[in-house]
Design a protein. Structure first.
Length: 255
């Protein structure tokens, strides 16, 4: 029997159906005992399959530490090979005051998980430490996303300011995630949540084309009708908040 068949059998079991029915009640707490080792992974896979079939995603599974989260993620990758948005939300494990280079892999994984939750899709595995780390308000994060369609009117100066505020680094040539460049009427952006860069070509202020491109060759790949460019970092600071912070620091310095 294929392993996917085993998940289907468990998903149809009275235990899983009972748990699912209980979860239909908001803020319902259920104590599930007697599972050990890979049984936990199997039951999580079966329960998620039931939830997904009834379109009740997203689902977030918490573990007691990072190692347990990685182990569960590996198990579910085998048990649920058809789930596209199976994501690991890792802990940062770096104190805010530490002078270290940010780990783009960790930041990318966290942003992918955040985007999946905002879209109400996917299965996110996270250690308790990761979800205990504070994030900016949902409204602030959404305000730092930029949607571009073929009907958009774009002023390059304003878009450049937006991308910088979203955490992107301006470079001459985009060759990695978190970067953007402006060459005449061509804007290249490489979101951390996309497999390829995004190239927007303008005719004056009108969008002429939106395409994905390969940063290695700089060649365009696929044509798009719309794209949503998300933040390139979690730490987002609205201009008003920055001004208030500067004023507070200046007042404190005068004391």
């Amino acid at each position: 029997m294929a392993i996917e068949g085993l998940v289907d059998i468990v998903a149809d079991s009275p235990d899983i159906q009972h748990v699912h029915n209980q979860l239909s009640t908001p803020r319902q707490e259920i104590l599930f005992t007697g599972l050990s080792g890979s049984q936990k992974s199997l039951y999580v896979a079966a329960l998620y399959k039931t939830l997904r079939a009834r379109k009740e995603a997203p689902t977030v599974v918490l573990t007691y530490n990072q190692v347990a989260a990685q182990r569960l993620y590996a198990d579910l990758s085998s048990l649920l090979p058809d789930v596209e948005n199976l994501l690991l939300y890792p802990a940062v494990e770096v104190d805010p005051h530490e002078e270290v280079t940010r780990d783009l892999g960790v930041e990318q994984a966290r942003l992918l998980a955040i985007e999946a939750v905002l879209r109400r899709s996917g299965l996110v595995i996270a250690p308790v430490q990761a979800v205990a780390e504070r994030l900016v308000p949902k409204e602030t994060y959404i305000a730092h996303r930029r949607e571009i369609t073929m009907d958009s009117v774009i002023e390059i100066g304003a878009l450049t300011e937006d991308l910088v505020a979203m955490g992107y680094e301006r470079v001459d040539r985009v060759d990695g995630p978190g970067q953007f460049s402006v060459r005449g009427g061509i804007i290249d952006v490489y979101p951390l949540t996309e497999p390829h860069g995004i190239r927007v070509e303008l005719f004056d202020t009108d969008v002429d084309s939106i395409r994905t491109f390969d940063p290695a060759t700089q060649r365009s790949i696929d044509k798009l009708e719309r794209v949503v460019i998300g933040p390139a970092r979690e730490a987002l600071f609205p201009a008003a908040a920055l001004d208030s912070a500067v004023e507070a620091i200046e007042r404190a310095a005068r004391l």
